[in-house]
Design a protein around this ligand. Structure first.
Ligand code: CDP
Ligand code: MG
Length: 750
């Protein structure tokens, strides 16, 4: 349940940091070069190139498409590697020279660690080598990726290299999307999906080789897979496990995997100059934009890669920069502005891999997805503000939050390396050298040590792994977060008091989503509203479907209000989806109502996937035909922990710990005063807002979660004063509570 929190502006000064100063230092000596460049530009500018006639950021992207139509005619003149025939492209990668050595090492060893620079060909080539050498004869070659986008984009690339369609010899599986067939020999997938497969088949019998790619990212799923695959390979003589990493954790990986050999792929890298900011800067976005402009005006040819923390920031920067570039006039070369983040539609994403047209410079604003997961050729300049958004568990609100945090030194160096792939580059660090040395951690903390573990623990329990304290984690999670995950699962009735998995818990583990959601889905079956709940959960799993164009905000708001349900946002989302369905899922309906068609289509895909999971589990899809109290009651059975009660002073207070919270202004319940509500997540901006809020009957809390809530004062004489109070504090104070004893039991058994 990640919620977005923004670091308050003032606190950025601690490590952040500014680009303007570094650039100003260089300005004078660059002025001369600028004039020279401008003259060159004037000579090379092509007035017929549609990409050089922009009118807005969006139309610029369209211009790019128009330009692409004429690209084939002109291809030869670029002579970039991307235009080489496929075979030569493959053979020009650093990994190609290591092919024989790699194959022999895989043949001889059960485990293998491979280290190599990003872009050396690890992800796209090694799977193909193994396939060509016949490894896929007795099982698929699987390759995991921490990110969905990377899994999809490499699968497409490899299919292209092998001359087949995605889903045939090469396929991918990500949550809610399976593009594989019985023919598939090379399968890319998110690490989370392989973890789900382990539930059914711990020995991974479908696979002959599994590559745990991007292992340095240390996602929870990869960390869990380390242990599961180690166990599987020790039991199966014919399973090979390869761990690849872009950084220097190799020794640690090797010692974990029985001191296996490490193969280093020599990288083709060029030196990169690092320029630090002289002084900390208040606003890293402003600094980043300034730095890009100055690079564009003052520095020689080469594309620019800027690391930002998320989609909103990236979109905003793209728009601002586009406006600024317009003011430069015709004398400066064209600057193409492109965004990259996971949620971007793949048509636009593939644009970043296109070679930059002659006489143009490309600037790419990317999340840390461009650190290692994807490789963009032609980057000479990197702008690094020093931040990324990470998922952290906030014990205060008992939820995960995406928080903007300083990156680690390892990440900073990885970002720097992106500038040295095509030639000598420059990296503009928008923070001081002392911030780099003294304030950044050497390495990123593994996810497993900072995130909510309830989903992971549920899966491990479902695999029959009860002794969590002795599970062979490479870096064990803190005990506190294991306890709180066990407690969450117990409250959701997925675990017995002794820590054993319940029947409900077993079913929940089969849904690839957080336990509160899977519990809600399963409860919807007995409440006869699985159709409605599946729609609501599909809608919650996509990005906001409503949009408000700046010039038509009022109209958009009026249209939105028509979908509002008096009991809140979950039922509002249900309304939107049902009305869209009644209108034959039409595009016109979306346009007329200011709805993102793309997000709705994605919700429809998720719905299809949920239906197929229901079918697999023999659970019926049933409708409550308008009895929407059933739907609200069902939502409470999963989200009872996120309940709040109205408070005359502060708006609302959460029942579990009394945090002051408000209803988000975009909610259908904004300005209404229901006594009790539940929410999907908390969003921390200027204050803590509840997002996706639904009014409830407080009795449902006690009915759904008798372990968690009681009616305080219900047994007293004055029943009017009865109120709902959380029970869980009693549990956490109680030394002999079930959670400790269940952990102790597992410990004693071992
Ligand atoms: O995994 P590693 O970072 O070592 O490299 P890779 O992902 O196998 O990429 C090798 C090369 O394939 C890159 O340098 C790109 O030129 C190309 N590639 C591509 O064109 N499109 C992709 N989606 C992925 C890679
Ligand atoms: Mg890779």
């Amino acid at each position: 349940m990640p919620t977005i929190t923004k670091v308050p502006k003032g606190s950025l000064t601690r490590t952040a940091i500014g680009g303007s100063q570094i650039m100003k230092d260089h300005r004078d000596e660059k002025l001369r070069r600028k004039r020279e460049l401008e003259q060159e530009m004037r000579k090379t500018a092509n007035p017929d190139d549609p990409a050089s006639k922009p009118s807005s950021y969006k139309s610029q992207q369209m211009a790019l498409t128009a330009w692409e139509r004429t690209r084939n005619r002109e291809q030869i003149s670029y002579g970039k590697r991307t235009n080489l025939p496929m075979k030569e492209q493959r053979e020009s990668l650093p990994v190609f020279g290591m092919r024989q050595q790699l194959i022999e090492a895989v043949e001889k060893n059960k485990f293998l660690v491979i280290v190599g620079e990003t872009g050396s060909g690890k992800t796209t080539q090694i799977t193909q080598y193994l396939d060509e050498e016949g490894f896929s004869a007795h099982g698929m070659i699987g390759c995991t990726q921490p990110r969905r986008v990377a899994a999809v984009s490499v699968a497409k690339r490899v299919a292209e290299e092998m001359g087949c369609r995605v889903g045939e010899d090469v396929g991918y599986t990500i949550r809610f999307e399976d593009e594989t067939s019985p023919k598939t020999r090379i399968k890319y997938m998110t690490d989370g999906m392989l973890q789900v497969e382990a539930l059914m088949d711990q020995l991974m019998t479908k696979y002959s080789v599994i590559l745990l790619d991007e292992a340095h990212e240390r996602t929870i799923a990869t960390d869990v897979l380390f242990a599961l695959l180690k166990n599987a390979a020790l039991k199966r003589s014919d399973l090979k496990v390869i761990v690849t990493s872009a950084t220097l954790d190799a020794e640690k990986f090797s010692s974990y995997f029985m001191d296996c050999p490490i193969i280093q792929i020599p990288g083709k890298t060029f030196p990169v100059d690092v320029l630090y900011s002289q002084t900390p800067q208040m606003d890293y976005i402003e600094s980043a934009l300034d730095t890009v402009m100055e690079i564009h005006i003052n520095e020689g040819p080469g594309d620019i890669l800027v690391f930002l923390t998320g989609q909103e920031e990236i979109d905003t920067c793209c728009e601002i920069l586009y406006e600024r570039v317009k003011t430069l006039g015709d004398s400066i070369q064209q600057l193409l502005v492109l965004p990259v983040y996971s949620a971007l539609p793949s048509e636009i994403q593939s644009k970043i891999f296109e070679p930059t047209p002659d006489g143009c410079r490309k600037v790419i604003f990317a999340t840390n997805i461009a650190e290692t997961s994807i490789t963009i050729d032609g980057i000479y300049y990197v702008v690094d503000p020093g931040f990324s958004k990470i998922n952290t568990y906030n014990p205060h609100i008992g939820m995960e939050q995406l928080v903007v945090s300083p990156i680690s030194q390892a990440q900073a160096n990885q970002r720097k390396g992106r500038a040295g792939r095509t030639g000598p580059g420059k990296c503009f660090r928008l923070y001081t050298e002392s911030a780099f040395r003294n304030e950044m951690l050497p390495n990123t903390i593994p996810e497993i040590q900072r995130q909510n573990l309830s989903h992971t623990i549920l899966m491990l329990k479902a695999m029959g792994i009860n002794d969590l304290l002795h599970f062979e984690f490479m870096d064990p999670p803190p005990r506190g977060s294991m306890f709180s995950a066990l407690e969450d699962l117990y409250n959701l009735q997925a675990l017995e008091e002794n820590g054993a998995l319940t029947k409900l818990g077993k079913q929940m583990s089969l849904f690839p989503m957080e336990p509160a959601l899977s519990k809600t889905l399963i409860a919807s079956v007995s409440n006869n509203c699985s159709e409605e709940i599946a729609i609501i959960i599909s809608m919650l799993s996509v990005q906001n479907v409503f949009y408000r164009p700046k010039d038509k905000q009022q109209d958009a708001d009026n249209k939105k209000v028509r979908f509002h349900h008096p009991y809140g946002d979950h039922l509002t989302l249900l309304n939107v989806y049902k009305r869209w369905k009644e209108n034959n899922y039409s595009k016109a309906f979306c346009t007329n109502n200011y709805l993102h068609e793309r997000h709705l289509r994605r919700a429809k895909d998720v719905m299809t996937q949920l239906i197929s999971i229901f079918k697999k589990l023999h659970l019926p899809i049933v409708s409550c035909y308008g009895d929407l109290d059933l739907v609200r009651k069902t939502l409470v059975s999963g989200f009872f922990k996120n309940a709040a009660k109205r408070d005359s002073q502060v708006g609302y207070k959460t029942i579990s710990d009394g945090t002051s919270v408000s209803i988000h202004p975009s909610s259908a319940l904004f300005g209404k005063d229901h006594e009790y509500v539940i929410y999907h997540s908390l969003v921390l901006t200027s204050r803590e807002y509840m997002s996706h809020v639904t009014a409830i009957d407080p009795q449902w809390l006690v009915q759904s979660a008798p372990h968690f809530y009681k009616v305080a004062g219900a047994d007293s004489e004055n029943r009017k004063r009865a109120k709902i109070a959380p029970l869980h504090n009693k549990f956490s104070r109680d030394q002999d509570s079930w959670r400790l004893s269940s952990i102790r039991q597992t410990k004693e058994k071992a």
